[in-house]
Design a protein around this ligand. Structure first.
Ligand code: ZN
Length: 159
């Protein structure tokens, strides 16, 4: 089986919340995409409940694209401790971290139910499983802990 970098990371060595560049891959025509590990919760210490994670996912889909160019996809990990963020090109961890922190701030302080995109039966695969309350509380908690730009040391560029 193919080796996947995410599974070679020592999940006991990281200090979440953090943003980490997993890798940069080039396609056959030379286009580059970057894959980031956006870790919101310390692995094996907790997880965001699925309803809150789902609402964060929907909100980040819009908020991140408003704040940084080149977003291809931002999808939650199955372990519910964070997200994969796939970007065109090679944005640096600091600019990605700033965009995520600003998006979390908007979720924590400003988001209303009307701001959450895709919350009906036509536009979501599990529209009953959303919680803006949970999304806001978790966004606040993550920001209080601070998003590190280094997965192993607590290094902050955004507060
Ligand atoms: Zn959905």
């Amino acid at each position: 089986m193919a080796e996947v970098e995410s599974f070679t990371l020592d999940h006991t060595a990281v200090k979440a919340p953090y943003v980490r560049l997993i890798n940069v891959e080039a396609g056959p025509k030379g286009d580059q995409i970057s894959n980031f590990d956006v870790r919101f919760v310390q692995p094996n210490s907790g997880e965001i409940p699925s309803s809150g994670l789902h609402t964060i996912e929907h909100l980040l889909a819009s908020l991140l694209r408003d704040r940084i160019d080149g977003v291809i996809d931002c999808s939650p990990f199955g372990c519910r401790t964070g997200f994969h963020l796939i970007m065109w090109g090679t944005p640096c961890v600091k600019e990605v971290t700033a965009a995520i922190a600003s998006s979390l701030h908007a979720i924590a302080e400003e988001a209303t139910w009307e701001d959450v995109p895709g919350t009906d039966v036509y536009s979501c695969g599990n529209y009953r499983d959303h919680s803006l309350f949970s999304a806001r509380e978790w966004a606040r908690t993550i920001l209080e802990q601070g998003l590190s730009v280094d997965p192993f040391e607590r290094v902050f560029i955004v507060h």
